[in-house]
Design a protein around this ligand. Structure first.
Ligand code: ACO
Length: 320
């Protein structure tokens, strides 16, 4: 049987760092309010000439170098993003071209902050079925472009960035153990960017809208359930999890999921404080940070989990 192993990881954050104090000069907010409510202290913002595909390519190159393989070895590219360079072509096709390769399938998945869970689960299915041997899976976002910088309820929460993983097919044990994806479109009203192109202009607001408390309530419940289910279906116990790599939306949501599982916070990778919520990029950014810092080591069991607009959510267990 073929398993999907992580061969390498990489990430990229734009150079510009925007602190809570910087934000307090733009909107009526404070470091104290943001930090205590969310755990966020700073975030990175893409330069005007940086597209989502540029962030994705930088992360992809780092992951390829980490895996010690060439872009030519890649036979599948999936980019999770809700902030594509353009309506079409897919950002994955643009990334493919910028990496100097052609021919392999390349497509985007759009599941907002759960996008990386959906992309990894899809790549895993390709690898298990023998349809791909070396998959490049990227989460990349420029959420700063969806924000109303006059709206203090949302503009303080998000940041830009990209993370990438190379998955390789192997008959050896390990790699992705189990994936579980879920969605419920009846919650689409509480988190959305409704604007759409119609008759040559944008119809509806182009900005991100969020009912923060409704999102919070739904997220803690859904993540606790899906995390518990994916662990059970992997024939594991929560105590077997060496590291949780959660979507980085809010420290209170992250702590709540860990508490539900009985996993202590010193087994959770948290990057939120310096990155904010980078949507589909946050899980691969945190994974790469956990590996680069030497905390995540080969042979350990990881739980990845995330939720976002849709609502869409999911969790993955894997042996690194
Ligand atoms: N600075 C100062 N005051 C603020 C700010 C801010 N940045 N934002 C809101 N406030 C004010 C509000 O105007 C309100 O004031 P009022 O009572 O005078 O009207 C007060 O603070 C309380 O506002 P609430 O929205 O009730 O604040 P709450 O305690 O719910 O915290 C938050 C808001 C942090 C967004 C919280 O609801 C939350 O964590 N929700 C989860 C949402 C989330 O994580 N979203 C990420 C995207 S979705 C995802 O990735 C899963």
């Amino acid at each position: 049987m073929l398993n999907a192993h992580i061969l390498g990881t990489g990430s990229y954050l734009p150079a510009r760092r925007l602190t809570n104090d910087d934000l307090s000069k733009i909107v009526d907010t404070s470091d104290e309010w943001i930090a205590t409510r969310t755990g966020i202290k700073a975030r990175h913002i893409a330069a005007e000439n940086e597209q989502t595909s540029d962030l994705a390519v930088a992360a992809a190159k780092a992951a390829l170098a980490d895996a010690a393989i060439s872009a030519k070895d890649i036979d599948l590219i999936i980019v999770a993003t809700s902030t594509p360079d353009m309506t079409f072509p897919a950002t994955a096709c643009i990334v493919q071209n910028k990496l100097g390769i052609a021919g392999c399938p390349a497509f985007d998945v759009q599941a907002v902050c759960a996008g990386f869970m959906y992309a990894m689960a899809t790549a895993n299915a390709y690898i298990r079925s023998g349809m791909a041997k070396r998959a490049l899976v990227i989460g990349a976002e420029t959420f700063s472009r969806l924000l109303d910088w006059n709206d203090r309820r949302t503009c303080v929460l998000f940041g830009d960035g990209a993370g990438a993983v190379i998955l390789g097919a192997s008959e050896q044990e390990g790699g992705i153990i189990n994936t579980k994806l879920q969605a419920d479109g009846s919650y689409s009203q509480i988190l959305q960017t409704p604007g759409k192109i119609a008759a040559g202009s944008i119809e509806g607001s182009p900005y991100l809208y969020m009912d923060g408390q409704a999102v919070y309530k739904f997220a803690v419940k859904a993540l606790a359930n899906v995390a518990r289910e994916v662990i059970e279906e992997s024939n594991l116990q929560p105590a077997d999890i060496d590291w949780i790599i959660p979507h980085q939306a809010n420290l209170r949501i992250i702590e709540s999921t860990a508490r539900h599982l009985g996993v202590p916070m010193d087994k959770v990778i948290v990057t939120l404080s310096e990155q904010g919520n980078t949507s589909a990029a946050s899980i691969p950014l945190a994974l790469d940070e956990g590996i680069r810092s030497g905390r995540i080591r080969h042979g350990q069991t990881l739980l990845l989990e995330g939720i976002g607009g849709g609502f869409a959510w999911g969790a993955i267990t894997l042996k690194y």
